[in-house]
Design a protein around this ligand. Structure first.
Ligand SMILES: NC(=O)c1ccc[n+]([C@@H]2O[C@H](COP(=O)([O-])OP(=O)(O)OC[C@H]3O[C@@H](n4cnc5c(N)ncnc54)[C@H](O)[C@@H]3O)[C@@H](O)[C@H]2O)c1
Ligand SMILES: [Zn+2]
Length: 366
């Protein structure tokens, strides 16, 4: 088993991300030095718990760590206030104290919930992430953002609460449905396009290996993305300097696509794929990228089986949703755009007609 460790450097809140294949059978060994005598509670969703819960519990037990498990509904249902309240009541019933450790086992949804629970239960308890989706391994488990949804507002409640440890077992990705692999790939393309040309080139060159989740190629891509995110988080933990905003490439438009479909159409990764297709066109409209950039990025997105076009939603709707988002956040409309592939910059309030022109490229028949 080859192991790679990345440190997220945040002073006394620093923590390691350990990436390896077949890591889950050894989690006890990594958790043991961190826990206090208080309870360890695994927070998971049925698909992840069925596949990996037993191995996590056995490994903890072998290291002398008893654990409790709390299961919550899958996907975005994990991030409701009702689910959150139920988990907190459950922790109280179990008499979990301030020294408790919460282990998030699953994708980004249960990870976001676990982060919010860990940030707020008794004003904060220890959190460990064991992400089992590609998206969670390359993105959501790193950086300490936790969130819940309200019916009409995704991620509107949140907290920053860094984990004490992230354990990414790349072999756990082998059970993912292909659509979830593609969603993770969308975030990988994002990192490559905005921050790292060599990663983008790996995605171009090793598409088949990555879509098949071959060990070596997958490990390299997960490691590089985690390293990029860790670097950004260490320099701009709370999204104050603008650096962390760079990671939003494809997301300003992507979030509008998700909202326009009421979160029931394209998934997050698919919406970000369309978002990147639209936003790279915006970079072209603004004269930021050279000829051929739009085509190169679009063909990579398509090669991963991700969408680059949207039907049945008008440009006006998307522009309205982006403007609404901006109003709610009381800030300017910001896009993270490539200057060239592998290097990005943040652009605030670009001209409306440039946005409209860019959208013409992704929105079919208006
Ligand atoms: N906190 C952050 O910084 C951050 C960043 C990006 C995204 N997010 C959030 O992450 C969420 C999306 O996360 P996601 O894409 O991981 O979705 P998800 O958590 O819904 O997981 C997708 C599906 O895969 C299942 N699953 C998990 N691991 C599996 C495995 N190994 N094998 C088979 N099935 C498995 C899940 O149970 C679920 O059905 C969104 O809510 C988004 O807002 C947060
Ligand atoms: Zn994303």
């Amino acid at each position: 088993m080859s192991l790679h460790t990345i440190s997220v450097d945040l002073g006394e809140r620093s923590y390691p991300i350990i990436i390896g294949s077949r890591l889950i059978p050894d989690v006890g060994r990594y958790v043991a030095p961190l826990r206090s005598d208080d309870m360890v509670v695994i927070l998971s969703v049925p698909p992840a718990d069925r596949l990996y819960g037993p191995a996590v519990r056995e490994s903890l037990a072998r290291s002398g760590i008893p654990s409790e498990t709390v299961l919550v509904p899958d996907r975005e249902e994990a991030k409701t206030i009702a689910t959150y309240a139920r988990v907190v009541e459950e922790l109280l019933r179990m008499k979990a104290g301030r020294g408790a450790t919460i282990i998030a086992l699953g994708g980004g949804c249960v990870g976001d919930l676990a982060g919010f629970v860990a940030a707020t239960y008794m004003r904060g308890v220890r959190l460990i992430h064991i992400p089992t989706t590609l998206l969670a391994q390359v993105d959501s488990s790193i950086g300490g953002k936790a969130a819940l949804n309200l019916p009409d507002a995704k991620n509107i409640m949140g907290a920053f609460h860094q984990p004490a440890l992230v354990l990414s077992d790349t072999s756990s990705l082998l059970t993912l449905p292909p659509r979830e692999v593609r969603c993770g790939a969308a975030e990988l393309i994002k990192y490559g396009a905005i921050m790292d040309l060599p990663l983008l080139e790996q995605l171009e060159r090793e598409r088949e290996q990555l879509l098949r989740l071959e060990e070596e190629a997958t490990m390299r891509a997960v490691f590089r993305a985690a390293e990029l995110k860790a670097g950004v988080v260490a320099r701009d933990e709370r999204e104050l300097s603008g650096l962390r905003v760079l990671l939003n490439f494809g997301h300003t438009l992507g979030h509008a696509v998700e909202a326009a479909m009421e979160y029931r159409g394209f998934s997050h990764g698919e919406s970000v794929a369309i978002g990147m297709a639209g936003e790279v066109r915006l970079a072209e409209e603004l004269g930021m990228v050279t000829r051929g950039t739009v085509e190169r990025l679009e063909s990579l997105i398509s090669a991963y089986g991700l969408p680059t076009r949207l039907e049945g939603i008008s440009r006006k709707t998307l522009i309205g949703l982006m403007a609404h988002d901006k109003k709610v956040a009381a800030r300017r409309l910001r896009f993270a755009l490539p200057e060239k592939l592998g290097k990005g910059t943040v652009v605030s309030d670009p001209p409306g007609d440039a946005i409209d022109e860019a959208l013409k490229g992704v929105v079919k028949d208006d």
